[in-house]
Design a protein around this ligand. Structure first.
Ligand code: SF4
Ligand code: SF4
Length: 343
C-alpha cells in the first residue's frame, strides 16, 4: 500500500503572454521533480471540446485532482463539471484575499435557498482542488499549496505506476503524463503534444446556485439551453452562443451563469452573491438595469443574425412572476430599493 500521488493539471493560458507561459513552465518543471504529484499540462479548459485528448485525459483520472488554470476557481469547477468531471470541492487556501469574505457569504446564502443544487447530480467521492493562476506570480506559492493539498490527502490505496508507466489511462491520453520527455536541455517545459484549440464562448452553469427556474431558456432565443430527461436545465448547444454576449448571465436571478472569459469578475465566476450584486449596482448607477442591458445585448445579436429585435416582449414575463412568488431574501430587498432610486 502506498499513498496515491495527487494529479496536478496545469491548464494553459489562452494568451501568449510570456509571463504566464513562464509561470506554467516553471511550475510544471518543478512539479516533475516532486515525488508527491503527477503533473500534466493541457490546453485551456474552457476551449477544449469533450473529445479533445486533454479532456479525455482529465476524465480518465480516477482520484483527487488539483487543477490550476487562468480562471476563477468557480469557473474551473463548473467547466469541468459540464464535462462530467466532478468531485467534492477541495478547500484551496491560495485564493485572492478579496474572495475570502465572498466565500463565507456564498456558503450562508446557499443554506437559505434549498432549491439550489438540483442539477448538481451525483458527485464522486474524490476532491477537485481548483486554483486560479492569477492569484500569485510566485511559483513557490503554488508549490507550497500543492504540497499542503498532497499532505491533506489522507487516502490511499494501491501503488500506482510511475509517471511514464501508468497504463490505467487510455493510450491517447498518455502524452499528458509523459511530461518529463517534454523538457528541453535547460529543464524548461516545451509545449506538450496536443491538438490545437480555438477560443470558444458559451455559458457555464454553477449548479450549486442554480434553482432550475428556467428563466435562461426562456430568455435566450438562440437555442443554447435545453433540459435533460429530468427537466433540469443544461447548456445543450453551446456553440450557438453569440461570441461576447453575456446577456443570460445578467438575467439569471441566482448569478449562476458564468462566462469564464468575460472581463467582469462577477460574470467570469468570482465568488459570492455580493460579486454579482456589485455588477448590478454599477449598471444601476450607470442608468441602465442589468435586465435592460441584457435585452439590448440580445437584440443586438438578433439583428446581427437578420432577425427582428424583440425588446422586453419575449422571455421576461416569467421572471416577473417568479420574483413575485419566490421567497425574498436580503439581496432582493437591496436590489429593489436600488431599482426605486432616482437615477
Ligand atoms: S436562470 Fe439561472 S437559476 Fe434559473 S435555470 Fe437558468 S441558470 Fe438556473
Ligand atoms: S449569452 Fe446570449 S446567446 Fe449566449 S446563451 Fe446567453 S442569451 Fe443565449
Amino acid at each position: 500500500m502506498a499513498a496515491r500521488k495527487l494529479t496536478v493539471v496545469i491548464s494553459q493560458s489562452q494568451s501568449k503572454n510570456p509571463q504566464q507561459k513562464k509561470l506554467e513552465e516553471e511550475l510544471a518543471a518543478r512539479l516533475l521533480m516532486d515525488a508527491t504529484a503527477e503533473v500534466a499540462v493541457v490546453p485551456h479548459l474552457y476551449d477544449m471540446h469533450a473529445d479533445h485528448t486533454g479532456m479525455l485525459f482529465l476524465k480518465s483520472i480516477p482520484g483527487d485532482i488539483a487543477v490550476l488554470s487562468w480562471l476563477y476557481p468557480r469557473a474551473i469547477r463548473w467547466t469541468l463539471h459540464r464535462q462530467n468531471i466532478a468531485g467534492k470541492q477541495g478547500q484551496t487556501l491560495l485564493i485572492d484575499e478579496a474572495d475570502k469574505d465572498d466565500q463565507k457569504e456564498e456558503a450562508s446564502t446557499n443554506r437559505i435557498n434549498s432549491q439550489k443544487g438540483a442539477g448538481v447530480g451525483t458527485v464522486p467521492n474524490r476532491f477537485l482542488y481548483c486554483i486560479d493562476l492569477r492569484v500569485s506570480d510566485n511559483v513557490e506559492d503554488y508549490l507550497e499549496e500543492i504540497k499542503r493539498i498532497a499532505q491533506e490527502q489522507a487516502v490511499e490505496t494501491v501503488e500506482l505506476a510511475g509517471l511514464t508507466n501508468d497504463n490505467s489511462k487510455p493510450e491517447q491520453t498518455q502524452q499528458y503524463l509523459r511530461s518529463e520527455n517534454s523538457q528541453d536541455n535547460n529543464g524548461a517545459m516545451t509545449e506538450p503534444l496536443r491538438e490545437p484549440v480555438k477560443r470558444r464562448w458559451y455559458p457555464v452553469i454553477d449548479y450549486e446556485r442554480c434553482t432550475n427556474c428556467l428563466e435562461c431558456i426562456d430568455f435566450c432565443l438562440f437555442g443554447v439551453y435545453g433540459v435533460n430527461d429530468q427537466d433540469l436545465i443544461l447548456v445543450e448547444t453551446e456553440d450557438n452562443c453569440k461570441k461576447g454576449c453575456p446577456a443570460c448571465s445578467r438575467v439569471c436571478p441566482e448569478n449562476a451563469i458564468l462566462f469564464p472569459g468575460h472581463k467582469s469578475s462577477a460574470i467570469a465566476g468570482a465568488e459570492g452573491e455580493v460579486a454579482g450584486f456589485k455588477i448590478d449596482l454599477s449598471k444601476l448607477f450607470g442608468a441602465e438595469s442589468s435586465i435592460d442591458l441584457a435585452v439590448k445585448e440580445r437584440d443586438r445579436e438578433l439583428v446581427a443574425e437578420g432577425r427582428t429585435a424583440v425588446g422586453k416582449n419575449v422571455g421576461l414575463p416569467k421572471r416577473r412572476e417568479h420574483r413575485k412568488t419566490k421567497t425574498r431574501d436580503h439581496l432582493d430587498e437591496l436590489i429593489d430599493s436600488l431599482d426605486e432610486m432616482p437615477l
